[in-house]
Design a protein. Structure first.
Length: 417
């Protein structure tokens, strides 16, 4: 067994006031940011609207794009440049447009409006040709069949041209991420020869941009998703409270849920401080964080319960400190390796996973700290309030309040249920 720490003897409970002070500072900073910004920043998943992911042939002209959207009455649109360490020259932006109103009428109006602006601003001057980067496989197959570019004659099979069109669009979408800047490159696709390339040049041009993805969510659906996300988190906390209360004692369950609730609140505060959006993937990360933090808490609680039975002559504070120190190597290895994994995911995973990885990166650190700094001290404080924290010898010598046997049985009750 790997031992990172040899016989650590840290007085964790003695430092609990510093942990609580740190939590108060983090909560105050995060939720002050939320209040000043008028609430959490929700993604399209929760507020309803349209997200259009656009890739440009060159560095995205953000000022030109922003001006064009404003001129077309879309000044409230958001433009976010995609920054990905794995693809430094991705040249992508995400254009977001929140849908106004309560209904789902004309839910695709935002998409249509954004695409019209893109084509009007960055489209070709020759309107007789079609953008090669936007043509679908079926439309391209129809074009190739009408032209009979392979010279197969009237008996030509439609499947042959469908296969050729799929080869061309797969080359465009998979090899060039949806954006071909020179039609001559299409000759590298399987089945394309000079005849096919000549026909493509006659009727198509390569635009300056390509739409990679469009996400549309209605406002009613977004509101329902917000409600469902909140209920999912609360149900998870309630279920864990019931389990731990049954497995240990109700005070252990309450302390564990308080620690996990603290983790979620602190993580949401960090999202506001660093201006990240709350999306469905973030909710998935928060639920993952709830389970991870709860598992870490249960490991320490279980060790406390074991030591209560073994260390009957020690005070509850000493038992708790010993239990945390005994599990310190396990905590450092588990949390440390998990933290490294999610940190790499945050740095290298791309823009799509960044919010998800950020929630886990913050949550792993906060969740590990809150078990020792919030959950365990809560149990200790409750035992102090009930007068069960003293060692049997101390209790018997303090005015005859209890016999050693009485104190042993009361302290050992922490490990039952």
């Amino acid at each position: 067994m790997i031992e990172l720490f040899r016989s650590p003897n840290i007085n964790w409970i003695g430092k609990s006031k510093w942990f609580i002070a740190l939590s108060l500072v983090l909560l105050a900073a995060g939720w002050s940011s939320i209040a000043l910004k008028g609430g959490l920043r929700y993604g399209i998943d929760f507020r309803g609207g349209t997200l259009v992911n656009v890739r440009f042939a060159e560095k995205p002209p953000l000022d030109k794009l922003r001006s064009a959207l404003k001129d077309h009455g879309l000044g409230e649109s958001t433009i976010q440049e995609v920054k990905d360490l794995a693809r430094p020259n991705a040249n992508e932006v995400v254009i977001g447009l929140e849908q106004k109103g309560e209904g789902n009428v004309d839910i695709g109006a935002g998409r249509t409006a954004i695409l019209e602006v893109l084509h009007a601003t960055f489209g070709a001057a020759d309107s007789t040709k079609q953008d090669f980067n936007t043509v679908s496989t079926s439309a391209l197959a129809d074009f190739l069949a009408r032209r009979d570019v392979l010279g197969l004659g009237p008996a030509a099979s439609a499947d042959r041209y469908t296969e050729l069109a799929r080869s061309i669009t797969d080359f465009r979408d998979k090899e060039h991420s949806g954006l071909v800047t020179n039609l001559a490159d299409a000759k590298s696709a399987a089945g394309v020869d000079d005849r096919v390339l000549a026909s493509l040049r006659e009727s198509f041009y390569t635009g300056q941009f390509a739409v990679r993805n469009v996400d549309i969510v209605g406002p009613k659906v977004g509101a329902q998703l917000r409600t469902d996300a909140l209920l999912a988190t609360l149900y998870a906390l309630a279920g864990m409270l019931v389990y731990i209360a049954f497995r240990f004692e109700w005070v252990y369950g309450s302390a564990a849920v308080l620690a996990v609730f603290h983790d979620v609140l602190v993580t949401l505060g960090f999202f506001s401080l660093f201006n990240f959006e709350i999306s469905l993937t973030v909710i998935a990360a928060l639920l993952t964080l709830v389970g991870y933090s709860m598992n870490d808490t249960i490991v320490i609680f279980d060790r406390i319960r074991e030591n209560v039975r073994l260390m009957r002559r020690d005070s509850f504070d000493d038992i708790v400190n010993r239990s945390i120190n005994q599990t310190l190597t396990r905590t450092a290895l588990t949390s440390g390796l998990t933290f490294i994994t999610v940190l790499v995911l945050f740095l290298m995973g791309g823009d799509v996973l960044r919010s998800f990885a950020f929630a886990l990166t913050v949550g792993i650190v906060v969740g590990t700290y809150s078990t020792i700094g919030i959950g365990v001290p809560t149990v200790v404080f409750w035992y102090r309030w009930r007068g069960l924290h003293l060692a049997p010898a101390s209790v018997s010598s303090s005015g005859g309040r209890a016999t050693p046997n009485d104190s042993k049985s009361r302290l050992a009750s922490a490990g039952k249920r």
